[in-house]
Design a protein around this ligand. Structure first.
Ligand code: AMP
Ligand code: ZN
Length: 492
């Protein structure tokens, strides 16, 4: 029987602002859409945190036995520099500055995005559509909204009429803003905005001569507004109403509010049942962001090449650090915090690596079923990964006591205990045993270096030193074996 039948998952819905029982539209199936990156620069750790939050959601839903269609887009056009529909397209701007094709920018940073997420062990989504691959769908939605009188065309651009929409619907239903506060932070670039009201947002923008990314449309040559692509791609692949829509908290307004309005007009149904928002990663007291220069790149963490870090950290230690915070809490990034998490992670994994050497008894001193249920309860409660990790620490402590023969476990319980730990650590949290391989690689490097030094000593007929190196290594459990192809070693 699928695990979801006995585990009632609760999800905090940003729309109702409460934790709700999760009930998918079609039993056993989940449709989930998450706003993807704008591929004009390397993803920073803040972006990675949001995608990791939804990777946990994806992994746990799959673990529960749901068939999940996870759609995450690539924004490769149409994302203007600010939410006021003003300024330049970020990708086109970067292409102009670097004097290369916009698609070259898109390609470079899409590859970086995939590599980074793979390194940190996020699963790929089921479908990864691009905005530029869905221009036709976007134009069709604009035509529909225009026909229904909820948008207007001015000088080759089309804007959504927020005030008119708000006469019959509630613009602000998600963000809780009232219409007066919903002004799109307009910065008038050329004196007069052409919008009827400052709340209105662009569905289509006319491209001026400098704009390289452009498509023909019934309103002239231009490009789609940023909010539209997600409406087009989510409904195309998941239906007019789907289960879960996720993104970073900073996308709640205006992006997701606009998505709701567009979809509502187009399909006349509520587009999403559960809205989920992941909270921000903070650095130096401020949101980590590319635009302000206040960011750290994942690769800087894996290489240790950043002044705020004392050393390098493995992808799993970095992942563990982020999963120790609940996805709806703000997380402050500090080198000390990362070090503390790494210590905890090493301790936990070292304990779990000893599971195979645990001897079994007639009775168990820990109720394994209760402990297992606590693990499920934590994630069933809106994916509470820090509580799950606390339960895993309890398990690690128990393993150490089992090894010291201060606690007991039956063979049956040990089997269940191991399977549960394996599922939660590797499958659900997506952690890897990369600490061990990292340190064993280092040990191998040091031993190879000592073998070279020993060879030099032997060339110089310094037998005393050569023997000393061999004996010292042997006392540490590292055996050297001299063969005709050179010296090899084994670790006991
Ligand atoms: P962008 O490429 O700017 O559209 O961002 C991609 C994703 O990263 C979005 O879901 C953002 O909400 C999210 N994001 C951006 N900055 C941060 C941050 N400092 N912490 C967590 N998520 C972030
Ligand atoms: Zn989106």
């Amino acid at each position: 029987m699928e695990l979801y039948k006995t585990n009632q998952l609760k999800i905090y819905n940003s729309l109702s602002k409460t934790k709700e029982d999760f009930k998918p539209i079609v039993e056993g199936n989940v449709g989930m859409y998450v706003c993807g990156p704008t591929v004009y620069s390397n993803v920073h750790l803040g972006n990675v945190r949001t995608f990791m939050s939804f990777d946990l959601v994806f992994r746990y839903l799959k673990h529960l036995g749901y068939k999940v269609r996870y759609v995450r887009n690539i924004t490769d056009a149409g994302h203007l520099e600010n939410d006021a529909d003003e300024g330049e397209d970020r990708i086109a701007k970067k292409a102009r500055l670097e004097q290369i094709e916009p698609m070259e920018i898109v390609q470079r940073y899409t590859v970086d995005f995939h590599q980074t997420l793979q390194t940190i062990n996020n699963l790929p989504p089921s479908i990864e559509p691009t905005a530029t691959g869905h221009i036709v769908e976007q134009i069709e939605i604009i035509k529909d909204i225009l026909e229904k009188g909820l948008a207007y065309e001015i000088n080759g651009s089309v804007y959504f009429d927020v005030l008119k929409y708000n006469e019959t619907e509630h613009y602000g239903i998600l963000s809780g803003r009232n219409i007066e506060d919903s002004i799109h932070n307009t910065r008038e670039l050329d004196g007069q905005s052409e919008k009827k009201n400052p709340q209105d947002f662009a569905l289509w923008k006319k491209a001026d001569e400098r704009h390289i990314m452009r498509w023909p449309s019934p309103w002239g040559v231009g490009f789609p507004g940023w909010h539209l692509e997600c409406t087009a791609m989510s409904t195309k692949y998941l239906g007019e109403t789907f289960d879960i829509h996720g993104g970073g908290l900073d996308l709640k307004f205006p992006h997701h509010e606009c998505e709701i309005a567009q979809s509502k007009v187009k399909n006349n149904v509520k587009p999403v049942n559960y809205w989920m928002h992941a909270n921000m990663l903070i650095l130096n007291g401020q949101k980590m962001a590319k635009s302000t220069g206040n960011y750290i790149l994942p690769n800087e963490i894996f290489s240790g090449e950043n002044t705020i870090l004392s050393k390098a950290f493995t992808p799993s230690a970095t992942r563990f650090f982020m999963l120790q915070a609940h996805y709806r809490s703000v997380l402050d990034f500090t080198g000390a915090g990362l070090e503390a998490s790494e210590r905890g992670f090493i301790k936990m994994m070292e304990a779990f690596n000893k599971l195979d050497s645990v001897a079994t008894s007639q009775t168990s001193s820990l109720n394994i079923s209760d402990w297992k249920q606590k693990c499920y309860d934590s994630l069933n409660d809106d994916f509470n990964s820090p509580i799950l990790i606390a339960n895993l620490f309890e398990a690690a402590k128990y393993v150490n006591l089992l090894v010291d023969k201060k606690e007991t476990i039956t063979q049956l319980d040990l089997n269940e205990f191991k399977t549960t730990i394996h599922s939660f650590v590797y499958d659900v949290l997506g952690l890897q045993n990369d600490l061990q391989s990292d340190s064993s690689e280092k040990i191998a490097g040091v031993v190879e270096m000592l073998i070279k030094m020993r060879n030099k000593a032997r060339d110089n007929k310094n037998w005393a030193l050569s023997d000393e190196i061999r004996d010292e290594l042997a006392s540490l459990g590292i055996q050297l074996k001299d063969g005709k192809d050179g010296t090899t070693f084994s670790v006991n």
